[in-house]
Design a protein around this ligand. Structure first.
Ligand SMILES: [Zn+2]
Length: 66
C-alpha cells in the first residue's frame, strides 16, 4: 500500500494537493483531508483542521455560502 498523502502521489493531484485551507486560512498548505458539513457540503481541509470541531466546519461551510 502506497502512501497517498506523501511523495509522488501528490503530483497527480490538482495543485499537487496544495491550496488555502478554508478553515484556518493557511496558504499553500496540503489539503488532503475532507470534512462534511451538516448540509452535506464537502470541504477540503488541512491536517490540523481535520480534527476541528463539527461546529467549526459547519460555520466555515455556511460562510462559503452553502
Ligand atoms: Zn486548516
Amino acid at each position: 500500500m502506497s502512501k497517498s498523502k506523501r511523495g509522488k502521489a501528490l503530483w497527480t493531484l490538482p495543485s499537487r494537493g496544495r491550496g488555502t485551507c478554508p478553515v484556518c486560512r493557511s496558504t499553500r498548505i496540503k489539503l488532503l483531508y475532507t470534512r462534511k458539513s451538516g448540509s452535506e457540503q464537502v470541504l477540503k481541509v488541512c491536517k490540523r483542521c481535520f480534527h476541528a470541531s463539527q461546529e467549526k466546519i459547519d460555520a466555515v461551510a455556511g460562510a462559503l455560502g452553502v
